[in-house]
Design a binder for this molecule. Structure first.
Ligand code: SF4
Length: 475
């Protein structure tokens, strides 16, 4: 959603898989699916396809750095023949954004081929990588998806099926993941037992689809079948879905990443039966109830602040207005020449409409404050456009701690709310008042679904690693 030049949080990836039992090519549908998942990763992308009626082990893979529409064209897609395939869009941390690390990963081994696309972050990837390296594995990439692929391939040698190999791999990998795996005749989806990352199932004619978000199903006119349950393994083969829930854990132990609802996911997606849009409207309503203010206008910082702003307006009866014009052409390629230009990157992306905010007391809704630089800049932008007062309301709790589960969050010391009171943060961003959503409200906004709140209260659903491994093997 936001480019890497800003200080917003970042999702790490989108995954997509498709198996058409009638034998139709799937590459172009995967392309459109990835297009709908572009907001989850803008650095590289790829598609791997195979023909389940053809020779086992023949895979066509195309991946590269760039946005989906930059990496693929009609000729490339026309050349990708196959009725089963997986696709991936990737965001990575700086320095690791290389073509080798683009996904899907395809490995050839004694049982044939394995294509894998992964969203998430393993907290024991280093340990597993070392173990595998000492037994002869030679890694081509620095991403932990390759560790998963090796583990599945190794387990497959001693099991009867690829789904059994996935099942034996899952207890070994710890952390957050949504996986889509392609074998010569099967498409497999798996979600970590905590459900950090979303994954859903769709159907169109004779094809089944796996996708990070339901918006990707809408894009290809597929019907939404259901979410993959946290901990579930689904195997799509012979025209049907086979479910294995034996590794699922109790619902109360699960911990979906609440930022999927607050910010990452597209508002037109539904995750674990909760509409992302509706949850954002609710967050805005809660903010209006918990942090009311006398004002003339409510505005959202686009895009993810808009729905919460509408919710605030509906609850408070203060009119809603679109105060910002967003430059939609600012994307991955916008290069910030140096630290001194950090501030200006905000005004390149956004501009405030003076005619809307002039002489008004404005409530500005955003989804989060990370370092505070961007938020402060937008407050200033509203004041420069003539706003009389700027009251900031944030549709998430104060961001205080690291994330180890696939969200690219700066270390605590760089987070503006760390070791600061709300009043101190308010002063730093130059607002007239500041209010955050409470942790209890984040639970209410997703209708009591069990969520991870680790970056607010350090209560992670599973023990974080002792050493900070963030950024080492993120895909
Ligand atoms: S720590 Fe925060 S960003 Fe990370 S998974 Fe939990 S809720 Fe999501």
């Amino acid at each position: 959603m936001e480019s890497k030049c800003d200080e917003k949080l970042h999702e790490e990836c989108g995954v997509f898989g498709m198996y058409d039992f009638s034998g139709k090519d799937v590459a172009s549908s995967i392309y459109y699916g990835l297009f709908a998942l572009q907001h989850r990763g803008q650095e590289s992308c790829g598609i791997a396809v195979s023909d389940t009626f053809g020779p086992k082990g023949k895979v066509t893979l195309h991946k590269d750095m760039g946005l989906v529409h930059e990496v693929f064209n009609k000729d490339i897609l026309d050349g990708m023949k196959g009725n089963i395939g997986v696709g991936h869009t990737r965001y990575s941390t700086a320095g690791m954004s290389t073509r080798e690390n683009a996904q899907p990963l395809v490995i050839n081994y004694v049982k044939g081929i394995l294509g894998l696309a992964h969203n998430g972050n393993l907290i024991n990837a280093n340990e597993l990588r070392n173990e595998l390296a000492y037994t002869g594995a030679i890694f081509q990439t620095t991403i932990d998806s390759e560790v998963i692929a090796y583990l599945i391939a190794r387990e497959r040698i001693n099991t009867h099926s690829v789904e059994d190999a996935v099942k034996r791999t899952i207890p070994k990998i710890k952390g957050a993941y949504a996986l889509v795996v392609m074998s010569p005749r099967k498409l497999i989806g798996a979600r970590d037992p905590f459900g950090f990352k979303p994954l859903c199932i769709g159907k169109r004619d004779d094809a089944y689809i796996l996708a990070s978000e339901s918006c990707a199903l809408d894009t290809i006119n597929a019907e939404f079948v259901r979410d993959v349950k946290p901990g579930e393994i689904v195997t799509i083969t012979d025209g049907k879905i086979v479910s294995d829930t034996s590794l699922c854990i109790d619902e109360h132990k699960r911990g979906r990443c609440v930022f999927e609802y607050i910010y990452f996911a597209r508002p037109d997606s539904v995750i674990d039966e909760i509409s992302v849009y509706e949850s954002r409207i609710l967050a805005g309503r809660f903010l209006a109830k918990d942090h009311p203010v006398d004002a003339d206008l409510v505005v959202g910082v686009p895009e993810s602040g808009n729905a919460a702003a509408l919710g605030f307006s509906l609850e408070s009866k203060i009119p809603y207005g679109a105060a910002f014009v967003k430059n939609t052409y600012v994307g991955r390629t916008f290069i910030k020449p140096g630290q001194s230009s950090r501030e200006s990157s905000v005004s390149v992306k956004l501009n405030a409409l003076s005619s809307i905010v002039k002489d008004k007391r404005v409530v500005m809704i955003d989804d989060s404050i990370v370092r505070g630089t961007t938020c402060g800049k937008i407050v200033k932008m509203l004041r420069n456009a003539g706003a009389k007062e700027v009251h900031v309301r944030i549709s998430s709790p104060p961001f205080l701690h690291e994330c180890y589960f696939g969200t690219d969050v700066p270390s605590s010391s760089q987070l503006i709310a760390h070791n600061r009171s709300v009043d101190e943060v308010c002063k730093l961003i130059g607002a007239d008042s500041l209010g955050y959503l409470s942790i209890d409200r984040t639970k209410e906004m997703v209708n009591g679904l069990n969520i991870c709140t680790g970056c607010f209260d350090k209560k992670y659903p599973l023990e974080p690693p002792k050493d900070d491994i963030r950024g080492e093997y993120i895909q």
